[in-house]
Design a protein around this ligand. Structure first.
Ligand code: PLP
Length: 381
């Protein structure tokens, strides 16, 4: 189980050697001028790369903590919040917001589909919302939300802070914070950035920063923008200990993304995802997400008739590949396959080959090589 298992769950994703090396470096004091400069460079690069003219916060914690940070700094008890949910992670915001004493309205899509910009526009026009949350890619359904089009709608509501959960998307799916009128976006290190889990990034645009100023003292401590702003301004200052080696790892990940180019990286993800869709369809599987709203970072793949989920995934593991179970009503009927970050064509071929063998072992009528052949043909037409 320990050796050479290819991790194809929707995060953590495979970590390339140059990033892993950064995590094994000898530690430095967080006040060491070399680390202070590295942290500075990371913050500046992340802001530029995703076009955020506000403040970028790369901090220790996971994506869920970033969700709390987003809500904590943009709303106060009693505010109305609109949650746009395309699945499990959209719904997670309901609990976070209700615990904070916010009045929550939810727009939900059927699993596999998305809430449209028109539906959102109608809802926003009905009452005043302090904030709206949208999940860029919902990891339970592999549905991608049209965040740029939703941004065009959000632009019409200057008092509503537009929050995008980019945890399973950012650095895979294309995003442009200012250009898409996003007021706050966040992600986590272990998904399309291809780093281990342990850090999140919040991009706070001007509107989100302004909102924070109107809130006075907030109940939250670690995630308070006001606690971190001086450190993001001057990285030699201390509020809470930065995850030194993960900062380096993320910095290396950003170097890889810059070299590839954000748009080229998004195109690669798209091409890969489309080829994977054709490949699994060629062996009798179907996708949960409807055409037109399929994410490029992961797929939720429905089994052909008669395949036992637990047996399939155990077989995958024997073949050296870990995939993830599905969530909600799709648990047992489908599995989730991550294909984001720095995953290579070779690794995807290994994944598809394991899927073929495992389906066959579970009684499906699969001719070995079909999915791999379809994938290769699609990738190299
Ligand atoms: C994984 C994920 C989260 C939660 O992130 P953690 O790092 O597991 O806390 C939130 N939103 C989405 C869309 C995710 O995929």
């Amino acid at each position: 189980m320990d050796k050479n298992v290819l991790v194809m769950i929707p995060g953590p994703t495979p970590v390339v050697d140059s990033i892993r090396t950064q995590m094994g470096r000898p530690i430095q004091a967080f006040g060491d001028p070399r680390f202070v400069a590295d942290y500075r460079a990371l913050i500046d690069d992340l802001g530029q790369l995703f076009n955020c003219s506000g403040v970028t916060f790369p901090l220790a914690g996971t994506g869920t903590l970033a969700m709390e940070m987003a809500i904590a700094n943009t709303t106060r008890r009693g505010d109305n919040v609109l949650i746009v949910s395309n699945g499990f992670f959209g719904d997670r915001f309901i609990d976070i917001c209700e615990r904070k004493g916010l009045n929550v309205d939810v727009l939900s899509a059927e699993w596999g589909d998305f809430v449209t910009p028109e539906q959102i526009d109608k809802k926003l026009s009905e009452k005043h919302y302090a904030a709206m949350t949208v999940t860029h890619v919902d990891t339970s359904t592999a549905v991608v939300a049209p965040i740029a089009e939703i941004g065009e709608v959000a632009k019409k509501y200057p008092d509503t802070v537009y929050i995008v959960d980019g945890v399973a998307a950012t650095a895979g799916e294309y995003a442009d914070v200012d250009g898409m009128h996003i007021d706050l976006m966040f992600t986590a290190s272990q998904k399309a950035f291809g780093v281990c889990s342990g850090m999140f990034i919040v991009w706070a645009g001007k509107k989100a920063l302004e909102r924070r100023k109107t809130l006075g003292t907030i109940p939250e401590y670690y995630v308070d923008f006001d606690k971190w702003l001086p450190i993001m301004e001057n990285t030699s200052k201390y509020f809470a200990t930065p995850a030194v080696n993960l900062v380096w790892a993320l910095k290396e990940s950003v170097a890889i993304i810059k070299e590839e180019g954000l748009k080229a990286r998004a195109d690669r993800h798209r091409k890969n995802a489309d080829a994977i869709a054709k490949a699994v369809e060629s062996i009798g599987c179907t996708l949960l997400a409807k055409p037109g709203c399929r994410a490029s970072t992961l797929s939720v793949i429905l089994y052909p008739e008669g395949v036992d989920d637990a047996k399939f995934r155990a077989n995958m593991l024997q073949e050296g590949v870990v995939c993830a179970n599905s969530l909600g009503a799709y648990l047992g009927k489908s599995f989730r396959l991550g294909h984001m970050g720095n995953i290579t064509e070779n690794e995807i071929i290994v994944g598809l080959s394991a899927i073929e063998r495992s389906l066959k072992a579970c009684g499906a009528d699969v001719k070995l090589g079909t999915a791999v052949g379809t994938y290769l043909a699609e990738m190299h037409k």
